[in-house]
Each structure stands twice: as structure tokens, then as C-alpha cells.
Ligand binder design. Structure first.
Ligand code: HEM
Ligand SMILES: *[C@@H]1O[C@H](CO)[C@@H](O)[C@H](O)[C@H]1NC(C)=O
Ligand SMILES: *[C@@H]1O[C@H](CO)[C@@H](O)[C@H](O)[C@H]1NC(C)=O
Ligand SMILES: *[C@@H]1O[C@H](CO)[C@@H](O)[C@H](O)[C@H]1NC(C)=O
Length: 449
């Protein structure tokens, strides 16, 4: 399974339709609600679910939990339209299968796991967030700022570069590549797509230079970043080629960028609309700040003493469903609860359907971080709450995303108060985001301590 599919599910549905697997499942849905979640029906046209929670009457968790997650590579596999492969590069992790995928997945884990974050990444996350926020005055397009922060963090983590002209240029080209994903339905006729392919070439070129340079400087002090790990090719099974490494870097830039910056933006939006939650969050972070000097960086212990923040993080992930579900394709006829999904069918396991199911979450549509404080209220959710997927393809960046969001919220609420600059709406197509990139007006908080 590939991550971009999950990032742009609806677009890919369109793509799936233009390359129908045998036999193509009918898609008669409004894009907002992705089709058939957990319990697929036999070869019947899918019922159109009601606009919001059409999947309520089923138990969609079961499918991806039992089959999609654990049987990756046996019953289900990823499939990908060629136009997306060209953008990602043919060696991208998101397109890999089998043992190579396993190896690359664990390599990614080993540079984004909690001990790496604690010992190496946290200090940079803290610094880059802080430096970015320092320049905020007046009207701020939150989504744009969050993207900038996320991009800088990723580049730092992948190859130890601090923000500079080079990273800024890279980001410009990179954003053209991202635009290309939105041109998928008619890639060949789209100038956006052509531009994206060109930009992909430039991004790859720039990264290729970095890789070559790093290879040359062997013997110099080993940097503690993803690139170093890739060059050493640890994980067993020989080294990687430059091309493989570049594709891998591009894939990681894609995987963490849109997702993490969206979750930052939406957390702030939900908090803005829920003043009680915002007040409690402020209190938690003011306490942490009061224990520390004004410009002292957050440490791992601080991160670990933000219980309410973690409730906010979970609740944001639940309500926003940045990745609304995951795509698989059956490799053989698959039997689930008496239903047969024929070989070659596309399967969509919808997270949104379970996360917004009243059966699992009381008053499921409302943003209520306190529900996570009551373990009995969310006890049933451990099996259905899966914003990062599960199994062998579970997001290796989940902890990193949580830390980034937490640190971002810390500096935001201790530093600023804000109001929305204009009304902005949440939309779910083609991706989860707000219509206007959530413009806010910020004001430095009066030091009250
Ligand atoms: C809020 C932020 C994020 C969300 C909601 C998210 C969600 C997901 C989900 C649901 C998958 C599974 C896809 C599948 O099963 O097919 C996934 C895969 C992946 N994510 Fe994330 N992700 C986030 C942030 C990140 C970050 C920061 C990174 C960077 C390290 C990252 C890197 C990846 C990679 C490399 C994969 C592919 C794993 C594989 O196929 O083995 N993600 N993500
Ligand atoms: C994280 O990865 C490093 C290797 O990069 C490894 O030494 C460490 O044991 C891992 N930690 C956890 C908690 O998995
Ligand atoms: C957030 O969700 C995760 C499951 O993904 C769970 O393990 C964790 O305990 C939850 N956090 C809180 C504060 O409830
Ligand atoms: C959790 O599951 C049990 C058994 O399925 C059910 O009786 C209970 O009502 C559920 N709790 C919530 C909060 O949904």
C-alpha cells in the first residue's frame, strides 16, 4: 500500500476507475464519503451512504484490522497509477513490497522512533518551531506557516540542513511536485502535472547532489540523520544506490508534509472553536513554561508531562481524519464474514467511518478532548482508533507527528493569543483541510507570570 493513495484517496478512486481491475467495483459516491468501508458487499452496486455517516450500520474496523493490516502482501497489496509512480520515483518506500519494504520500513522507524526523537530531534523541533513563531505578527496564514515549519523539520531530520536559501528553493520546487498530485485525474493533459514532473526532476537533482557530496565527505564526522543511515545501508542486505536514496528522501518529504501541517492547523482551529479546551491547554503549558526559563528548550520530560495535550492530539486526529482511510487491492478472492471480495478488487478501509461512529464514540462528531481522560469512554476505541493505520505499514512517523504537534502547540499558546481573521470551513475533498488555510490574527500574550 502506498501512502499517497491514502493522502489523496478520492483522486485515486478516479484513477482506479480509469484503470479498472477485473471486475471494477462500482463507485457511485460523492467524493466526500469514500465508498464501502469495512464490510464489503458481494458483487452488488454499493449503496450510497447518507452524506455523513452512511457506514454507521456496519463495523468497518474489522476489515482493516484483521485483513488489511495483517495480511499485507498475502491477501492485499498496494496498487498504483503510473502517473503517481512518476512523481514519487520508482524506488519510493510507498511503492515497495515484500522484504525490501520491510527493511526500509524499519529503517524509517529507526530514525523516527521515540529514543531518536528524545535524544536528537526534539531539540531541533523546539528550535525550528520557536524561530518560526518569532517572526509572526498580525495576520498569519496558519496552514502556510505550518507547512514551512514541517518542511524545515523534515529537511533537518533527513539531511541535517538548517533553513537557508537552498532549503527555500527546494521547498518551492517541492510544492510544485505536490500540486501534481492534484492533477491526477487527467495527468497527461494537465500542465500542472507536467510542471510537477519537471519540478520532481529538479528536486531529485538537488537531493542527488547532496547524496553525492555526503558520499565524498566520508570520514568526516557522521551526521545523525536519515541520509547517514541510508548511506550506511544498515538494515541488512547491502547498500542503496543514489537513485534509491533520492526516491526514498522524496517519499519521506511527501509522507510527513501535508499530514503534519494539516493536523497542526486543525488542532488550532478546533481549539479556537472550543474555548474551554484552549483554556485548559494554556494552563498546562503555562505550568511547564513557568518551571523553565523563558527561552529554555522543551525536553522529553516536558513532552511527557502534557496529559491534556495528548488528549487534544488524539481528538484532533480522530475528528479530522487527515488520512480518511487506506486502499488495498485483493491479490486473491478474500472471504470476510461470509462476503467474498473477488481478486483484483480495490478495497477501501475507512478510518473516518469508524472514528465518527456513534457506536464507538459518544457524540462522535463533536471535538471533545476530555473523552480521552475517561478511559472507560475510549476503552473500546483502542481497536478502532487508527489514525496512523496498523500492521506492517503503520505510519513510522506517528510519534514524530505527535511530538511536532505538541511542541508547536506549546509555543503557540504560551506566546500568542489569536482570533480567526475570517470565517473558514473544513473541507474533506480532495484532502482534509480548511478552505482558506485558516487565517488568524495573532497577538503576543502579555507576560502574566
Ligand atoms: C498527522 C500526521 C500523520 C498521519 C495522520 C499519518 C498517517 C499515516 C497512515 C494512515 C499511514 C499508513 C498507510 C497505509 O497503511 O497504507 C502512513 C504511512 C506512512 N507514513 Fe505517515 N502519517 C503522518 C505523519 C508522518 C510523518 C511525520 C512521517 C515522516 C517520518 C510519515 C511517514 C510515513 C511513511 C514513510 C509511511 C509509509 C509506511 C509504509 O508504507 O511502510 N508520516 N501514515
Ligand atoms: C530506535 O532506533 C535506534 C536505532 O536508530 C535503536 O538503537 C533504538 O533501540 C530504537 N529505540 C526504540 C525505542 O525502539
Ligand atoms: C491516544 O490514542 C492512542 C492510540 O492510538 C492511545 O494509546 C493513547 O493512550 C491515547 N492517549 C490518550 C491521552 O488517551
Ligand atoms: C464497549 O463495548 C462493550 C461490549 O461490546 C459495550 O457493552 C459498551 O457499551 C461499549 N462502551 C462504549 C463506551 O461504547
Amino acid at each position: 500500500m502506498d501512502n499517497t493513495m491514502t493522502l489523496f484517496p478520492s483522486l485515486l478512486l478516479v484513477a482506479a476507475l480509469s484503470h479498472p481491475p477485473p471486475p471494477p467495483p462500482p463507485h457511485g459516491h460523492p467524493p466526500e464519503t469514500p465508498p464501502a468501508a469495512g464490510e464489503p458487499r458481494p458483487a452488488l452496486p454499493r449503496r450510497d451512504p447518507p452524506p455523513h455517516l452512511g457506514l454507521q450500520d456496519r463495523k468497518p474496523g474489522a476489515l482493516h484490522r484483521r485483513k488489511g493490516r495483517q495480511n499485507e502482501g498475502r491477501l492485499f497489496e498496494s496498487s498504483y497509477p503510473g502517473s503517481i509512480c512518476n512523481l514519487l520515483g520508482k524506488h519510493s518506500l510507498l511503492l515497495m513490497r515484500g522484504s525490501l519494504h520491510k527493511r526500509m520500513h524499519s529503517l524509517t522507524m529507526s530514525f523516527a522512533n521515540s529514543s531518536i526523537i528524545k535524544d536528537h530531534l526534539l531539540v531541533h523541533i523546539d528550535r525550528l518551531v520557536r524561530v518560526n513563531l518569532e517572526s509572526w505578527t498580525g495576520r498569519v496564514l496558519l496552514m502556510e506557516e505550518a507547512k514551512k515549519i514541517t518542511f524545515e523539520l523534515t529537511v533537518k531530520q533527513l539531511m541535517s540542513f538548517d533553513p537557508c536559501e537552498w532549503t527555500e528553493n527546494l521547498m518551492k520546487e517541492y510544492m510544485l511536485v505536490i500540486d501534481g498530485f492534484f492533477a491526477i485525474p487527467l495527468p497527461l493533459f494537465s500542465s500542472t502535472y507536467r510542471r510537477a514532473i519537471q519540478a520532481r526532476g529538479k528536486v531529485a537533482e538537488a537531493l542527488d547532489l547532496v547524496v553525492k557530496e555526503r558520499r565524498k565527505s566520508e570520514g568526516a564526522e557522521r551526521k545523525n540523520d536519515m541520509l547517514a543511515a541510508l548511506l550506511e545501508g544498515d538494515g541488512g542486505g547491502g547498500g542503496f544506490s543514489d537513485e534509491e536514496i533520492v526516491d526514498f528522501l522524496v517519499a519521506l518529504l511527501v509522507a510527513g508534509y501535508e499530514t503534519t501541517s494539516t493536523i497542526m492547523t486543525l488542532a488550532v482551529k478546533f481549539l479556537t472553536e472550543t474555548p474551554l479546551a484552549l483554556a485548559q491547554l494554556k494552563e498546562e503549558h503555562d505550568e511547564i513554561r513557568a518551571r523553565k526559563g523563558d527561552s529554555e528548550a522543551l525536553e522529553w520530560d516536558d513532552y511527557k508531562s502534557m496529559p491534556f495535550t495528548q488528549c487534544v492530539v488524539n481528538e484532533t486526529l480522530r475528528v479530522a481524519n487527515i488520512i480518511s482511510g487506506i486502499f488495498r487491492r485483493t491479490m486473491t478472492d478474500v472471504n470476510i464474514k461470509g462476503y467474498t471480495i473477488p481478486k483484483g478488487w480495490k478495497v477501501f478501509a475507512s478510518f473516518r467511518a469508524v472514528h465518527l461512529d456513534q457506536e464507538h464514540f459518544k457524540d462522535a462528531r463533536s471535538f471533545n478532548p476530555w473523552r480521552w481522560q475517561d478511559s472507560s469512554a475510549t476503552a473500546n476505541s483502542t481497536s478502532v482508533f487508527a489514525p496512523f493505520g496498523g500492521g506492517p505499514r503503520r505510519c513510522p512517523g506517528s510519534e514524530l507527528a505527535r511530538v511536532e504537534l505538541s511542541v508547536f502547540l506549546h509555543h503557540l499558546v504560551t506566546r500568542f493569543s489569536w482570533i480567526p481573521a475570517e470565517e473558514d470551513k473544513l473541507v474533506f475533498f480532495p484532502t482534509t483541510r480548511t478552505q482558506k488555510r485558516f487565517p488568524i490574527i495573532v497577538q503576543p500574550r502579555v507576560q502574566a507570570m
